[in-house]
Unconditional design. Structure first.
Length: 59
């Protein structure tokens, strides 16, 4: 049962990361800022999305 739960959670994290990257790319922030935020989301998948949600560039 542990493998199924881990797989579902991993898939949800992947979907959140993709959603965050799409939102970051579509924001009005500078290119450098976008690259930095995308790197943060990719390096810290769960924590990066949470930090971006509260502190990142808005559309």
């Amino acid at each position: 049962m542990g493998y199924e739960v881990s797989g579902v959670i991993g898939f949800l994290v992947l979907l959140l990361n993709i959603w965050a990257i799409i939102k970051i790319a579509g924001s009005s922030a500078s290119t450098v800022s976008k690259v930095i935020w995308i790197a943060i989301v990719l390096i810290l998948p769960v924590l990066g999305v949470i930090i971006w949600y509260f502190m990142g560039p808005k559309s």
